[in-house]
Design a protein around this ligand. Structure first.
Ligand code: 1CP
Length: 355
């Protein structure tokens, strides 16, 4: 499966072993948004790039910030530094990141705007991102041979939320209303995203990503029937395309954030090898509801990492206790906050590595 597959045929990297269903203990560890503004070395590169899209599309800088947290903490995975909105960008939707405001896109709300989006050629237009993947792969081989490289994309529903709303939102009212009022049009956008995202992820795997994560950050906004239609089905469709085009058993991680009890159905019906637990998920419930052929990942509260000290240790140990005896990857329940003291991350690494 990897260039360093040992004599017994199992992948040697701890993250890949856990995603392949092995109980690896202490568990492999990485953190969502591990490259980011809480690190002074990130802020330095970010300032040099000026604009966030420039950072994501300049391979030398994007590869550098991807590797920064690996050098500092020795995590078991590096995650490509990019953003879920680079797929709409590569489909031709104008994107900028407004200071202190997050992403701003030209909203697509009718058939003409959706029809103007380009699916074919997404991987070519995202060529700088594939170059970043190649550079990170080479960097890890030289500096951190046991660290695996995770590529990623947003899942169709979450990306459609931003494309239709045009910005971040607490409730994404426009896309959710479109999904009810004009499911044919919303479904057309979702199908375009399945195709574009599959092409984009296959290109990442070909460039050296060893696992792929699907971020469905806004899945939890949907009631069950809509969740099945717009979260489970599109993720399952994406996985089916990826399975045809990637090597057998290529590790895929799904993250339907705030899915609650729908996590179990997501895990069983999408075909991923692992599912992420968000901060609100009870890991003991997830351990009982998700079959142990599927790895779990998560789910320390990012606020416990800001607090540090005994609170951090108690919370981390509770998760470790609930996950003992099944394939598991330690992570946060959502992205690391920019006010996190970097030394608290070192403390967390010590706690997790002590098992
Ligand atoms: O100026 C900055 O530094 C911008 C902050 C930032 C960063 C560091 C954004 C803007 N994106 C990123 C990187 C990023 N985004 C990664 C890099 C790899 C890593 O984890 O280290 C990843 C995986 C993402 C994924 C992403 N972007 C998600 C899914 C995960 C999640 O947080 O739920 C989402 C929803 C986005 C959209 C986005 N990009 C950036 C912001 C501020 C947002 C959220 C906007 C909003 O909804 O308000």
């Amino acid at each position: 499966m990897t260039s360093e597959t040992p004599w017994d045929g199992r992948p040697a990297k701890p993250l890949l072993r856990a995603l392949a269903g092995e109980q690896v203990w202490p568990p492999p560890l990485w953190l969502m948004r591990q490259a980011g503004r809480y690190l002074p070395e990130y802020r330095e590169v970010r300032a040099r790039a000026g604009d966030f899209v420039t950072l994501c599309t300049t391979p030398e800088m994007a590869a550098e910030v991807t590797l920064q947290p690996i050098r500092r903490y020795g995590f078991d995975a590096a995650i490509l530094f990019s953003d879920i909105l680079m797929v709409p960008w590569a489909m031709g939707q104008p994107l900028r990141f407004a200071e202190g405001e997050g992403p701003v896109l030209e909203p697509v709300r009718d058939a003409a705007a959706i029809g103007a989006l380009r699916v074919a050629g997404v991987a070519e237009r995202a060529a700088p991102i594939m170059e970043t993947v190649r550079r990170v792969g080479a960097g890890l081989e030289a500096e951190a041979p046991r660290t695996a490289l995770i590529g990623f994309a947003g899942s169709p529903f979450t990306v459609a939320c931003y494309m239709v709303e045009g910005r971040g939102s607490r409730d994404f009212a426009h896309p959710r209303a479109m999904a009810h009022a004009d499911p044919a049009l919303f479904g057309r956008l979702i199908r375009m995203l399945v195709d574009a995202t599959a092409e984009y992820l296959v290109a990442q795997a070909e460039a050296g990503a060893e696992a792929l994560m699907l971020f469905d950050s806004w899945a939890g906004l949907l009631p069950p029937a809509q969740f099945r239609r717009w979260v489970i089905e599109p993720n399952a469709a994406l996985v089916r395309v990826l399975r045809k085009r990637l090597p057998p058993e290529f590790p895929l991680i799904g993250f339907p954030r705030l899915a609650g009890p729908m996590l179990a159905e997501f895990a069983q019906r999408t075909g991923v090898q692992a599912v992420g637990m968000d901060t609100a998920m009870d890991p003991r419930w997830a351990a009982s509801a998700v079959p142990d052929t599927i790895a779990l990942q998560g789910n320390l509260d990012p606020l416990a990492l800001i607090a540090g000290g005994p609170a951090l240790e108690v919370e981390a140990r509770a998760i470790l206790g609930a996950m003992r005896g099944r394939p598991f990857v330690f992570n946060l329940g959502h992205g690391i906050e920019k006010t996190t003291p970097p030394e608290h991350v070192s403390a967390l690494v010590r706690v997790v590595r002590s098992g």
